[in-house]
Design a binder for this molecule. Structure first.
Ligand SMILES: Cc1cc2nc3c(=O)[nH]c(=O)nc-3n(C[C@H](O)[C@H](O)[C@H](O)COP(=O)(O)O)c2cc1C
Length: 194
């Protein structure tokens, strides 16, 4: 299975990166894994012109940048492993930029106007981390907000979210915890069975 891993954190070796790495450790040897650090990409923000939606190939009108490259990678992916730090109870801007620039790679519209998911039935897992300690990360929709925001993209794209993980309290206990790393590995193993 061709798995695209997107680290939505600007830290290539942060908590999110470690959790994502643990998910990939659970994958079988046969998995074809590609890892992208969103923070290293050069992507202009979406203009909101909607021209990509009318283009038969769904291509963005902006000059060539990593937004286009990510579109090709998303189209080819058979499974997604997405990580984002919780920023303002949401996904990171770095990650959202990839999704904003690539709506037609993910979903279309039927002539009736109803959404047309382009990745129906493919599996995805999502991990996040935040400084807010448990249970406030959940009560105040910090990590819950970030997971829900990514799920929104995945849902309309047709991906089935088969695993979600949120590590709270990263200020007082920096680094990925053993408990969360173990859960991340199990999520990778679950992806194999899909
Ligand atoms: C711009 C910004 C916004 C943030 N917003 C939140 C937030 O809403 N809630 C929270 O608990 N932590 C928030 N944080 C803290 C990060 O989620 C936390 O440091 C996380 O562990 C970072 O993971 P990383 O090191 O893998 O990037 C924010 C950090 C930044 C830089």
């Amino acid at each position: 299975m061709r798995i695209l891993v997107i680290n939505g954190s600007p830290h290539p070796k942060g908590v999110i990166a470690n959790l994502l790495k643990a998910v990939t450790e659970g994958l079988s040897q046969n998995a074809d894994i590609e890892w992208i650090d969103a923070g290293k990409l050069n992507i202009r923000p979406c203009l909101g012109c909607m021209k990509c939606r009318r283009d038969p190939n769904g291509i963005c009108v902006l000059p060539a940048d990593d937004g286009h490259v990510m579109g090709q990678k998303l189209r080819r992916a058979e499974g997604l492993i997405i990580g984002t730090p919780t920023y303002w109870g949401n996904m990171s801007a770095q990650l959202k930029l990839i999704f904003d620039r690539n709506v037609p790679a993910l979903m279309g519209e039927k002539p009736s106007g109803t959404p047309l998911p382009k990745h129906k039935g493919k599996p995805a897992v999502v991990v996040t981390a935040c400084t807010t300690p448990w249970p406030f990360n959940w009560i105040f929709a910090e990590s819950r907000g970030a997971l829900a925001a990514v799920h929104e993209v995945l849902k309309w794209s047709g991906f089935k979210t088969i695993g979600r993980l949120a590590q709270p309290g990263t200020k007082n206990r920096p680094g990925a915890s053993e408990k969360h790393l173990a859960k991340a590995r199990r999520m990778g193993e679950k992806l194999n069975r899909f």
